[in-house]
Design a protein around this ligand. Structure first.
Ligand SMILES: Cc1cc2nc3c(=O)[nH]c(=O)nc-3n(C[C@H](O)[C@H](O)[C@H](O)COP(=O)(O)O)c2cc1C
Length: 196
């Protein structure tokens, strides 16, 4: 077994990490976004299928295109965030399987089963969204994930050909700690888990 990460790293990733609801003005550079992807891409997905697609909405013009699709409570925090990531799912992720999982011809499994492709895309794309949150925290950034938005409107605006579908949004940047919500409790092990 490898040694655990130092407690400062565990704090940054989990114990002290808080969902951001407001941001300072520090920008997030292209280099940082590439670093973020270079980390999150190593998270595992089934058959290495990597169905998530990430749209980094950073320019004022792109933010304005996103704004009408946001729930009212998410508008201010999203406009303030240096970057908002649209975590989307490629409905035809299986087209990449021949190069991404060369050991086995898995493409027909999904190409011929739309329901399985949809389940697999959403499951693994959501995992990749979670990897993005933890990778961002590892790089010193804060995150504000959001499902409060009109997905059909986001898809019509950003993915008009219908191939990618938005799953959730993540604001990223340096949090304004005065805008944190009170920390919610977490379920006890005895409620959330069992050892059989
Ligand atoms: C998938 C997802 C969707 C969420 N949607 C919203 C949202 O639409 N608006 C919002 O303000 N917070 C949203 N949140 C934030 C959660 O309420 C928050 O992460 C949770 O209460 C834990 O807060 P904490 O990190 O401060 O402990 C969402 C979080 C996740 C993971």
């Amino acid at each position: 077994m490898k040694p655990p990460l130092p407690s400062s790293a565990l704090d940054q990733l989990f114990h002290a990490a808080h969902t951001a609801h407001g941001f300072r003005s520090e920008p997030v550079s292209d280099e940082m976004l590439h670093q973020l992807h270079d980390l999150l891409k190593w998270g595992p997905t089934s058959f290495n299928c990597q169905p998530a697609r990430f749209v980094f909405v950073r320019s004022a013009g792109a933010k304005e295109r996103l704004k009408p699709a946001l729930s009212p409570g998410n508008v201010a925090q999203t406009m303030e965030a240096p970057v908002t990531v649209i975590v989307a799912t490629d409905s035809r992720f299986f087209e990449h399987l021949p190069t991404q999982f060369p050991a086995y011809d898995a493409k027909p499994i999904y190409e011929n089963n739309a329901a399985l492709a949809q389940d697999t895309g959403l499951r693994n794309g959501s995992l990749q969204g979670a990897y993005l949150i933890l990778a961002a925290r590892a790089l010193g950034l804060d995150c504000g994930p959001m499902s409060g938005f009109n997905a059909a409107a986001v898809d019509a605006t950003f993915f008009p050909d219908g191939r990618f579908r938005s799953n959730f949004l993540v604001n990223i940047g340096v949090a304004d700690p005065t805008k944190y919500f009170a920390r919610g409790p977490r379920l006890a092990f005895s409620t959330a888990a069992q050892i059989l």
